[in-house]
Design a protein around this ligand. Structure first.
Ligand code: ZN
Length: 390
């Protein structure tokens, strides 16, 4: 589906801009007209992380006149494997500030606006209203639904991308011309069902592939060239090196963009998506110990079984001494082997998966089971700082 240009052209390009963008200007489909549209365009990037890095850098290089960045996070060493807008000397600095400097180095003609706050229902509509198009690089469902809803309510195109391990997806959600994110995914997955990149990992360069697809789509929509991924879901498999597309249809019953919408304003997205499952929350409420408490129990010679519920690759990186590995997904099949006469203590990387494992154990009658708050990460911080974190 081809669509008219989203943005009106700027009045003119300066002599310096004409030289800088010459490789765009000589493409007939872009030309002076397209480049002037990019100059006049205002694009908002949600997050200056894995997907936001290549997206912001290429949008800046392409000459998008105004780039907004929503990010309140700080650059961490574990980001640098994929978040190429930041460098070694940026560790500990605000991602928004670090990204702004890189963009200004790539292209001084870009105006950068920073929104160093958590995007939520109170500010999303105001921020989205200041831009023509939104590019989303977040990896949590609450923000994804929030951005989708804010875009539909504001009539803005939403360029979405998603990555995990070797798999990526991208689409352009634009309720005026096709489906929105809710049309495809009416309900968020149950909490804990879909692991994040922090839990499951991601091949760094996948951010470049999917971020580049998002940037391409943004440029096409802004300038009105080609057929954007409106009504199309792109699915990428890096291991097979295969791209395929599936049609994505607008759902006439969509509560947001359908015929009879029931969602007419932003809602509470943390509640809608649930950050932790209720069962896990309830189990953890009464049966959580700290890493320091676990150490004291071990030093005291307490009889307990310590179970690591992460994946084998994570166990290989770092583990709490004295633990056995039973990945969370395998736990149901191993319940019969677990002792009933001494406490089973479970831990994971940060305490999210172990709380779910704890709920499973409690449900199976392991009344004295406990989980370790903050997981092996907390152990490395509180008990043995010589251990690596990841
Ligand atoms: Zn919809």
């Amino acid at each position: 589906m081809s669509l008219p240009p989203l943005v009106e052209p700027a009045a003119e390009l300066t002599r310096d801009e004409i030289r800088r963008y010459s490789r765009h200007l000589i493409i007939p489909d872009v030309g002076m007209d397209g480049q002037k549209r990019l100059k006049n365009a205002k694009v908002l990037a949600i997050g200056a992380g894995g997907l936001g890095s290549p997206t912001l850098m290429y949008l800046a290089a392409a000459g998008v006149g105004t780039l907004g960045i929503v990010d309140f996070d700080v650059v961490d060493e574990t980001n640098l494997q994929r978040q190429i807008i930041h460098g070694q000397s940026d560790i500990g600095r605000a991602k928004a500030q670090s990204a702004k400097e890189t963009i200004e180095e790539i292209n001084p003609y870009v105006t950068v606006r920073l929104h160093e706050e958590r995007l939520d229902s109170s500010n999303a509509l105001d921020i989205v209203a200041q831009y023509d198009l939104i590019v989303d690089g977040t990896d949590n469902f609450a923000t994804r639904y929030l951005v989708n809803d804010a875009c539909v309510l504001s009539g803005k195109p939403y360029v979405w991308g998603s990555i995990y391990r070797f798999d990526g997806q991208a689409s352009v959600f634009w309720a005026e011309h096709g489906p929105c994110y809710r049309c495809l995914y009416p309900e968020p997955p149950p909490p804990g069902m879909v692991p994040s990149c922090a839990e499951g990992g991601v091949l760094g360069v996948l951010c470049g592939t999917i971020g580049s697809v998002q940037t391409t789509e943004a440029i096409k929509v802004l300038t009105g060239i080609g057929d954007p991924l409106v009504g199309t879901l792109l699915i990428y498999d890096a291991l097979a090196m295969e791209f395929r597309t599936v049609r994505a249809r607008k759902d006439p019953e969509c509560p947001l963009c359908g015929k009879n919408p029931t969602i007419t304003g932003l809602i509470d997205y943390e509640e809608f998506c649930g950050t932790v499952s209720t069962a896990a929350e309830e189990a953890a409420a009464t049966s959580t110990i700290t890493a320091a408490e676990l150490k004291a129990m071990q030093d005291n010679g307490d009889d307990l079984l310590l179970v690591d519920v992460r994946e084998p690759g994570e166990y290989e990186i770092v583990r709490i001494p004295g633990s056995v590995l039973i990945p969370k997904g395998d736990l149901p099949a191993h319940l019969a082997e677990l002792p009933q006469d001494r406490p089973v203590i479970v831990y994971c990387k940060t305490g999210v998966r172990s709380a779910e494992a704890l709920a499973l154990l409690k449900g199976a009658g392991f009344a004295s089971a406990k989980h370790v708050q903050g997981g092996v990460t907390a152990w490395a911080h509180q008990v043995d700082p010589s251990l690596p974190t990841y």
